[in-house]
Design a protein around this ligand. Structure first.
Ligand SMILES: Cc1ncc(COP(=O)(O)O)c(C=O)c1O
Length: 485
């Protein structure tokens, strides 16, 4: 590859040959990554000091050859990242990406498709319309009247949904407006409420039942109390698969409350909403279609690389009514009413073509493959629950629900108090992460430090899962070997 030309290159361009050579190297790298992922450690750790030593420098006045920079990144950046796509990554909500979508992102980026307005890319806009329509159909929203927009992720989708709910239910007058969510809601919803200017006493956290679902009676009592105090209950924010335990709020009952009180029902299905594409998911998510808006996060359980979330609404006019603006410099690109300008449906004007990866991967693999992949995740967590329940030293703290299960090591022959058990389980997680063999972090369930596994990767096998459980048990045995109890 010509080196001299790269040192100073005011057109910032490569020749065709240089692009081919560079492009093939990048493709090789990506294919190698996918092909050998299972052999890599899912966890990486480095301190700020170590990373500074590798990367911190002043802005380079002169360039370097593309090859050198690529190699540098290969050695100093890429090894220092967790692999959330790895079959042994069970923490948070993993992102079991797929190759087609990754390559599609390269295409969408290289063609720099602008999906703000129709006129700039009818192809990109139509892909988003078609793909959003598929999602509308999957969740049971009316395709003709419904609408949606792709966002950077679940947090932005929840913010977009809540902004819409506030506009439609309260317009400008939201001083007395009250928003309800369970104590298990994802923090992005609390953040969204704060961004929108809701004060702390406008956000009511409703307790949950023994299955971590919003307690409808407690909700009704709170609404009654708030109304008595002259407040305006306007939105219930329910969850289809909480991050902590995979719990599903009772949508049918919550919808009844919304009907009675003229409130908006938003369902945060960022994690679990996509489970609706498989039979088991459909069963447990019954009533999701009753919502006014739903967040779905394809970069979680629809196997897409970051970043793609989606807000779906039952009535597309609600998004337009909330977000459309008419600045004079966009007057020439307004277009026809049926040619959707997605900048009128959400926060972003300039938007990348997020829908293309979901579109191409669904067209390539087909919905049946996606459904089976989601079903596999649910099955794995149920198998895991069964495996844990056969060993008296493991205690299940929340049963498998939408591919999430929480549990702790609780040796039945040794007496340990709550703090000692907390320390033991924290030790297990820390040891596992230190080993880099698998990624599992702790959470807190009913006040107990708990291990938590989210088994949504379609390439994870039960053998993988068992190996990790047995590894954690061996850490526990080692920790307890000199234990006095
Ligand atoms: C239930 C739920 N809502 C919202 C989010 C936030 O989504 P994102 O991280 O894509 O912004 C998450 C992330 O895990 C989640 O589990």
């Amino acid at each position: 590859m010509a080196k001299e030309s790269s040192y100073f290159n005011p057109e910032l361009s490569l020749s065709r040959e240089e692009m081919l050579e560079y492009g093939y190297k990048v493709v090789d790298m990506i294919v190698d990554h996918f092909d050998t992922l299972k052999d890599l450690k899912p966890v990486s750790r480095a301190t700020r000091k170590e990373m500074d030593e590798r990367l911190a420098e002043s802005i380079p006045q002169k360039g370097d050859s593309p090859d050198n920079v690529l190699r540098f990144v290969e050695e100093n950046v890429l090894p220092f990242t967790d692999h959330t796509t790895h079959p042994d990554f069970y923490a948070f909500v993993p992102s079991p990406n797929n190759f087609i979508s990754s390559m599609t992102d390269v295409i969408a980026t290289a063609f720099n498709i602008f999906t703000g307005g129709w006129i700039a890319s009818p192809g990109g806009a139509e892909v988003e319309i078609v793909t959003v329509n598929w999602l509308l159909e999957l969740v049971g929203f009316p395709v003709k009247e419904g609408g949606g927009v792709f966002t950077s992720g679940g947090s932005m989708a929840n913010l977009t949904g809540l902004t819409t709910a506030r506009k439609i239910k309260c317009d400008e007058d939201f001083e007395e407006a009250i928003l309800y969510m369970s104590t298990q809601t994802h923090s992005s919803n609390v953040r969204a409420a704060k961004i929108l200017g809701f004060k702390e006493d406008q956000i009511k956290f409703i307790p949950v039942d023994d299955k971590f679902r919003m307690d409808v009676n407690a909700l009704k009592n709170q609404i009654k109390k708030d109304k008595k105090n002259g407040k305006n209950p306007f939105c219930i924010l329910a969850t289809a698969g909480t991050t902590n335990t995979g719990a599903i709020d009772p949508f049918v009952e919550l919808h009844e409350v919304c009907e009675e009180e003229h409130m908006w029902l938003h369902i945060d299905g960022a994690y679990g909403g996509a489970a609706i594409i498989c039979e088991k998911g459909k069963e447990v998510l019954k009533g999701m279609e009753l919502a006014d808006s739903i967040t779905i996060d394809p970069h979680k359980w629809m196997f897409q690389p970051y970043e793609i979330g989606c807000i779906l609404v039952k009535d597309h006019r609600h998004l337009y009514g909330t977000f459309s603006e008419n600045p004079e410099y966009l007057r020439d690109i307004k277009g026809n009413a049926d040619e959707i300008n997605f900048y009128d449906h959400g926060v972003q004007l300039t938007r990348r073509c997020r829908g293309l990866k979901l579109y191409m991967s669904l067209k390539t693999f087909g919905l049946d493959s996606f459904s089976a992949a989601v079903g596999h995740g649910i099955e794995l967590s149920e198998q895991l629950e069964n495996y844990l329940s056969q060993n008296p030293d493991w205690e299940i703290l929340s049963k498998a629900s939408l591919a999430i299960i929480t549990f702790r090591y609780h040796p039945h022959k040794i007496r340990m108090n709550r703090v000692e058990l907390d320390n033991l389980n924290q030790y297990i997680s820390n040891s596992l992460i230190r080993s880099q063999e698998a990624m599992i972090v702790t959470t807190v369930i009913n006040g107990f430090v708990s291990l938590r596994m989210c088994t949504i990767n379609p390439r994870t096998t039960f053998i993988d899962v068992k190996r990790v459980i047995d590894l954690m048990a061996s850490y526990a045995v080692n920790y307890l070997k000199d234990y006095p109890g």
